[in-house]
Design a protein around this ligand. Structure first.
Ligand SMILES: [Zn+2]
Length: 215
């Protein structure tokens, strides 16, 4: 079950801003970097735990990491709605760690900004190769363009699927039909439903997310 969790961190071991939505305010830039350094902790992994981000209206819009959630709180951009039973320590203070935060000002989230990323495609497809229908660790999966890029296939939610290396090799630069392969199911476009599903998968171990995601 750790697999889902690890899928959502980037190469630096952080939850990426686009985990389930779009870039959050204060996520980039020198100010953010400085704030990050205010919090030093030996519990590095705790700082990477996922935090559900709610809009001012309590609509779930994103998943971020504890580290950035705390930066948003320190900047007064967000406030904690639910807390973990854990603390991190900076030089002078103990800080309670949030599990769910809420933005204090409403942000309009355009649907098309929803992140298309390897980890989100793998989450959507539940780490299952869409051709041989076997489950693999993320490291053993690649993304396949159903209609190959060389033939004008685009990188979209509808044209990308999780695929094991073996199936990817045997498919090559062909369509599934030409390669004698069959898709387990038609790749779904990104919708609000997908977004909620991804957030549930990321937060399935945290009961405190449930009431915001309705499951
Ligand atoms: Zn396969």
């Amino acid at each position: 079950m750790g697999a889902n969790r690890h899928m959502s961190v980037d190469s630096r071991g952080r939850y990426t801003p686009e985990a389930a939505g779009e870039t959050m305010p204060g996520s980039e830039g020198p100010a953010g970097s400085r704030s990050h350094n205010l919090i030093s902790t030996r519990r590095g992994s705790l700082m990477q735990e996922p935090v559900l981000v709610l809009n001012a209206t309590y609509e779930p819009i994103n998943v971020t990491a504890v580290r950035r959630a705390m930066v948003l709180m320190l900047k007064g951009v967000a406030q904690a709605e639910e807390m973990h039973n854990a603390e991190v320590h900076s030089a002078a203070h103990a800080h309670k760690v949030p599990s769910v935060i809420r933005l204090l000002a409403y942000r309009h989230i355009p649907q098309q900004s929803r992140a298309l990323s390897r980890k989100n495609i793998l989450l959507r497809d539940r780490n299952t190769c869409q051709f041989c229908v076997r489950v693999f660790p993320s490291s053993e999966l690649t993304l396949d363009h159903v209609m190959p890029r060389s033939r004008g296939g685009r990188s979209t939610w509808e044209n990308l699927v999780a695929c094991c290396y073996r199936c990817n090799n045997s498919k090559g630069d062909r369509t599934p039909e030409e390669a004698g392969l069959k898709l387990a199911r038609k790749p779904r476009p990104f919708t609000l439903h997908t977004s909620r599903q991804l957030m549930r998968l990321i937060g399935h171990r945290d009961e405190r997310w449930r009431k915001y995601l309705f499951y």
